[in-house]
Write a protein that binds this ligand. Sequence first.
Ligand SMILES: Nc1ncnc2c1ncn2[C@@H]1O[C@H](COP(=O)(O)OP(=O)(O)OP(=O)(O)O)[C@@H](O)[C@H]1O
Ligand SMILES: [Mg+2]
Length: 292
Amino acid sequence: MLFCADPLRPRSPDAHFAREAEAVAAFDGTVALVDHDALLRGDAAAAVRRVPEGLGPAWYRGWMIPSARYAQLEEALHGRGAALVVTAEEYRRAHEFPGWYEIFVDVTPASVWLPTRPGVPPTPAALAAATAAIGGGPGIVKDYVKSRKHEWDEACYIPNLFDVAALHAVVSTFVERQEEDLAGGVVLRRFEPYLRRPGHADEIRVWWFDGAPMLVTAHPDAPGEVGAPDLTRIAPPVARLGCQLVTTDLALRADGRWRVVEVGDGQVSDLPRETDPSLLLERLVRSDDPIA
Ligand SMILES: Nc1ncnc2c1ncn2[C@@H]1O[C@H](COP(=O)(O)OP(=O)(O)OP(=O)(O)O)[C@@H](O)[C@H]1O
Ligand SMILES: [Mg+2]
């Protein structure tokens, strides 16, 4: 298992992942560390400097990595006799919106996307042409990976997708505030009303391994009861996605249907503090063990 190193103590896992690294050690797994800062700077060789030669197949658990940087990590590890279990192509498919959207189209809000570069919002005309495909009414904007949900009114929520001036204003604010972190482009999604139930998590995170649900947690930002969601309509697209470890964040729509708010690569999905990390890590460690 590869974890992010603590930036100040490069021989220790980052404190955020320390209990996960302890769980790996408890299952006799091997822990190795990568330098996430070096990777983001584009210095993949420095990022893997502390990975022992000949490590073999490895999972990653750590902070999100832009897909292009993940590909550099894959290559740098290859040079040291280690291989990421999740290929760069699989990582991008689960991590970036255009990789999973078509597969989940029946169970996720209708959406369109416009590739762009950091700092360059699409023109009003391009936005208007894009929203024609999903209709008017309320929507949200995000990039291929992240929203600015904590800046809801200024940089996330769009009251009416057909109000081109207001749409362009929110999208421009979003692009500006994402700065160099803008991933891939702009995604526009129809807003759907989700239920908030007292005591229940607003969003639940289902962790899938080999196409089967292995763990259900709350979304880390939405603690509460998770219950037993009906996954009948969610399991088939997860299987079609074909990635070994993925998460689906689900919300209950006002009509009682579970909807996929977001798909993620399970290596970079956060576990809530209250979840026992061995529920995730035992499976990952054992999956690498040829005699298991
Ligand atoms: N189409 C939608 N309809 C209604 N609410 C939405 C929609 N899309 C997103 N949201 C709300 O905005 C939040 C953020 O959206 P999303 O999960 O796609 O972005 P994110 O920034 O990747 O979030 P996370 O913190 O989970 O990584 C969701 O948790 C949900 O509450
Ligand atoms: Mg989310």
